[in-house]
Design a protein around this ligand. Structure first.
Ligand SMILES: NC(=O)C1=CN([C@@H]2O[C@H](COP(=O)(O)OP(=O)(O)OC[C@H]3O[C@@H](n4cnc5c(N)ncnc54)[C@H](O)[C@@H]3O)[C@@H](O)[C@H]2O)C=CC1
Ligand SMILES: CC(=O)C(=O)O
Ligand SMILES: [Mg+2]
Length: 370
């Protein structure tokens, strides 16, 4: 198969979809890999690293989209890329369709085959291609939150761990999945007083077993959230209903009950966000302020640590890319249930229920397009 890897053009997105090691593996199996010149620079990979691995370099994004049967990307295509995508071209990347009707309609109109990293799902319901970036974003959410709690950034002016004689800051984490767990580990390691909320009692039991003593668990419901937000310094949104729009757990009226300088990091922003006041921001201008509550809502947090993230992402995506390259998307998705669950929009049809529901579009089972 001919695989194309363009340079990411989203704001401050320095990841690339494939490391030289990943390219080498695809080439070794007989595939042709084209990398857009300079695409790896942000992650510390030079064009020569790719050519030494057997990949070929193309000068422009148009060249890459023009030649590839499968495009491997990191972030969803953004508007300048829409016109470059061809009918039947396989796009293997994060899409987060439920948060963008415009993107969904554009991919319906162009007849491409959209396999979304974030909905590839194993039998145990885990999301193997979301996990590595959730690990990164979860860990980052605490370092970003800690920074914006500093007074010069508009925060309340508390140190997460406190010091002897001064109590630590309080960190509330909504959702105890991958992002929430990694955030809790980081915040707890810094000495904060941490609470994780989830609706899954079995998950809360597990977290209670493995977490250190400065992490408590609590049931997620409107009553508890309303009560807790009044006294917490850092609130991290980390919920997910796979493929669907995130539930709005913190409503606008709750902001007035918070302390001025409270920081809220909505990691779930890529699925529309779990705070009513969330609007996607970029690394160039990551925060905004409503009712003296600082909102950090960057939809591509791992893009800020591209070296770590690019390697972590390729580690997870490569086995699936190899299946698609070797068998073609139809056979690969016929053979593999996890990969079939990644199908979201195929040849003009929405084949993922959460996406169809988000925009009231007709839904067809993925099996009908295989
Ligand atoms: N902004 C960014 O750069 C990034 C964002 N993400 C996003 O972070 C979000 C979380 O991802 P993961 O941790 O991997 O998901 P996950 O599936 O591992 O965990 C989600 C958790 O949310 C819980 N949950 C669902 N509804 C809830 C509610 N009403 N209250 C409390 N908990 C609830 C679930 O029970 C589950 O434990 C996703 O939207 C994901 O796309 C992930 C990576 C990067
Ligand atoms: C998961 C995601 O949206 C990201 O890594 O940017
Ligand atoms: Mg207030």
């Amino acid at each position: 198969m001919i695989i194309g890897v363009p340079t990411e053009i989203k704001n401050n997105e320095n990841r690339i979809a494939l490391t030289p090691a990943g390219a080498a593996e695809l080439v070794k199996r007989g595939h042709v890999v084209y990398i857009q010149s300079g695409g790896g620079n942000g992650s510390g990979f030079k064009d020569e690293d790719y050519t030494e691995a057997g990949a070929k370099i193309l000068p422009t994004i148009e060249d890459v989209y023009g030649i590839a049967e499968m495009i491997m990307k990191v972030k969803e295509p953004i508007e300048p890329e829409y016109k470059l995508i061809k009918k039947n071209q396989v796009l293997f990347t994060y899409f987060h369709f439920a948060s963008s009707e415009k993107l969904t309609k554009a991919m319906i109109d162009n007849g491409s085959v959209c396999i979304a990293y974030e909905t590839v799902e194993l039998d145990d319901r885990s999301l193997p291609l979301l996990v590595p970036m959730s690990e990164v974003a979860g860990r980052m959410s605490v370092q970003e939150g800690a920074k914006f709690l500093e007074k010069t950034f508009g925060g309340y002016g508390v140190l997460l761990g406190g010091v002897p004689g001064v109590p630590p800051a309080k960190v509330l984490i909504l959702g105890g999945g991958i992002v929430g767990t990694e955030a809790a580990k980081m915040a707890a390691g810094l000495g904060a007083d941490v609470t994780i909320m989830d609706i899954n009692l079995k998950r809360l039991r597990y977290l209670d077993d493995i977490m250190p003593a400065n992490v408590k668990t609590s049931m997620s419901n409107d009553y508890n959230i309303r009560d807790y937000v009044k006294t917490y310094d850092l609130i991290i949104g980390a919920v997910l209903i796979p493929g669907a729009k995130a539930p709005r757990l913190i409503t606008r009226d709750m902001l007035k009950t918070m302390r001025p300088g409270t920081v809220m990091v909505d990691v779930a922003v890529d699925q529309g966000g779990c705070f009513e006041t969330t609007k996607a921001t970029t690394h160039a201008d990551p925060t905004f302020n409503i009712d003296d509550v600082i909102h950090y809502c960057v939809a591509n947090m791992p893009g800020a640590v591209p070296r770590t993230s690019t390697i972590a992402l390729t580690n997870a995506t490569l086995p699936y890319a190899l299946q698609i390259a070797e068998k073609g998307w139809k056979q690969a998705c016929t053979n593999s249930i996890p990969l079939r669950k990644g199908l979201n929009v195929v040849n003009g049809k929405v084949v993922y229920q959460g996406v169809a529901e988000a925009f009231g579009l007709p839904f067809e089972k993925a099996e009908t397009v295989l």
